[in-house]
Write a protein that binds this ligand. Structure first.
Ligand code: F1P
Length: 346
C-alpha cells in the first residue's frame, strides 16, 4: 500500500475547497444576473468525464423554472446540438484544466452561434478561462490527482450555486432548506468516516462489477462514483436511475456484483425506502449511502439540506471507497493506467 497519496490528501481537503467556492458567491451572482438580463431561455451545461457529471448536478436546480436547462457531454453538444444554439442560449462549460479538447470546441462553436458562454475552471489563464465571455475561476489549490476529487465537488457546487442564483434572479424564491453554508462542515464530518469506508472497501475486493443507483441529484453522483471506481480500480461499473434497476439489470446481479445505492432525502424518499426493502426481501444487500432517517445506512450523510445541494458532499465517501478498493488491491490511484489529467485532442 502507498504511504502518502496526493489523491487521498486532496479528498481530505474538500471542506476547504467548498469554503472557497462559497466565497465566490458574489461573482456567481454577477454571472447569474448576466444570464438573466440577456433573456436566456436555454442553458446548456457541459463538460467531459467528471466535469460532465458536475455539470449535470446544476440541471436539477432549474427544472421548475421557465429556463430549459440541459446537461450534455461537450462532444454531444458539439456534434448534435449546435443547431439548437442561438443568441438566446447560454453555454456553461466546466473543465478542471480548462484545456479539454471537446469542451473548448463546443465553447468556440457556441460563441460562433451567438450564445453567451460561461467557463468554470480551476485553471488560471487556461484557454477556457480566456475564451469564455465570463469565467469563474475556482482557486482551490493545484490538484495533483489525475482523477478528479475536490475539483469535482467544487465544480459541482459552483454550478449548483450558479443555477440557484439564476433561479433567484428570475424572481423564484429559493427553498428555505437551500443552505450551502452547511456543506463544508458536513464534508468534514463525512471525512471522519474514512475508517468505516475503508472497512466497507475491504469487503468489496472480490467483486468484479459494481452497480451504482441514484435518483435526481444522486444520479450524477452514482455516475461519478462509478467512474471513480473504474478509473482507480479497473473494475467494470454501471450507474442507473434507482428504479430503473428493477427493469432488467436486477437479473444480472449475483455475489460477484457490488450494489451501491445513493439515496438523497427528498422527492423520491418513499420510493427508495420501498425499493431497498424489496431488494432485501430478495436477499440483495445493497450498500446504502443516505440521509433518509427511516433507512438503515452503511454510510450516513450528516446533512439535511435541499437535495439539489447534496452532491458535492455525498461524493466524498464514494471517492474514499474508490481510493481504498484501489490501494487494498495493491494498485496506485495516484497513477491510474492510461489516464492523463485531461484529453487535449479528438
Ligand atoms: C476532464 C477529464 C477528467 C478525467 C480524465 C480526463 O478534464 O475527463 O474528468 O478524470 O482525467 O479528463 P477537465 O476538462 O475537467 O480538465
Amino acid at each position: 500500500m502507498i504511504s502518502s497519496s496526493f489523491t487521498l490528501n486532496e479528498i481530505r481537503d474538500t471542506p476547504n475547497a467548498l469554503k472557497r467556492v462559497i466565497g465566490e458567491l458574489p461573482r456567481i451572482r454577477e454571472i447569474a444576473d448576466t444570464i438573466v438580463n440577456r433573456g436566456i431561455n436555454r442553458l446548456f451545461l457541459s463538460g467531459c468525464g467528471s466535469s460532465f457529471y458536475a455539470a449535470m448536478t446544476g440541471h436539477y436546480v432549474l427544472v421548475d423554472t421557465k429556463i430549459n436547462a440541459l446537461a450534455l457531454p461537450s462532444s454531444e453538444l458539439l456534434f448534435y446540438y449546435t443547431d439548437a444554439i442561438n443568441s438566446s442560449s447560454a453555454v456553461i462549460a466546466l473543465s478542471r484544466s480548462g484545456r479539454t479538447s471537446e469542451t473548448l470546441a463546443a465553447l468556440r462553436k457556441a460563441k460562433e452561434k451567438g450564445a453567451l458562454t460561461i467557463g468554470i475552471t480551476c485553471s488560471k489563464d487556461s484557454p477556457l478561462e480566456r475564451e469564455a465571455h465570463h469565467s469563474l475561476l475556482l482557486s482551490i489549490g493545484e490538484e495533483q490527482s489525475i482523477v478528479m476529487t475536490k475539483s469535482f465537488s467544487s465544480l459541482a457546487l459552483s454550478t449548483i450555486l450558479l443555477c440557484g442564483e439564476v433561479k433567484r434572479s428570475i424572481g423564484k424564491e429559493l427553498e428555505s432548506n437551500w443552505i450551502p453554508e452547511n456543506l463544508p462542515l458536513a464534508a468534514s464530518n463525512i471525512l471522519k468516516l474514512e475508517n468505516k469506508v475503508r472497512e466497507i472497501a475491504s469487503e468489496l475486493l472480490d467483486k468484479r462489477t459494481f452497480i451504482f443507483l441514484g435518483t435526481g441529484s444522486a444520479y450524477p453522483i452514482a455516475l461519478e462514483g462509478a467512474l471513480k471506481l473504474m478509473e482507480t480500480s479497473y473494475v467494470v461499473t454501471k450507474a442507473l436511475h434507482s428504479l430503473e434497476f428493477r427493469h432488467g439489470p436486477i437479473a444480472a446481479v449475483d455475489k460477484n456484483v457490488g450494489l451501491i445505492i445513493i439515496a438523497h432525502k427528498g422527492k423520491s424518499s418513499s420510493a427508495l425506502i420501498n425499493l431497498i426493502r424489496d431488494l432485501k426481501a430478495q436477499k440483495l444487500v445493497p450498500i446504502v449511502i443516505s440521509n433518509i432517517e427511516e433507512l438503515e445506512k452503511d454510510i450516513e450523510i450528516p446533512l439535511d439540506v435541499n437535495e439539489a445541494l447534496l452532491p458535492p458532499v455525498v461524493i466524498i465517501p464514494l471517492q474514499l471507497m474508490a481510493y481504498y478498493v484501489s490501494t487494498l488491491k495493491g494498485l496506485n490511484p495516484d497513477k491510474p493506467r492510461r489516464l492523463s489529467k485531461f484529453v487535449g485532442r479528438f
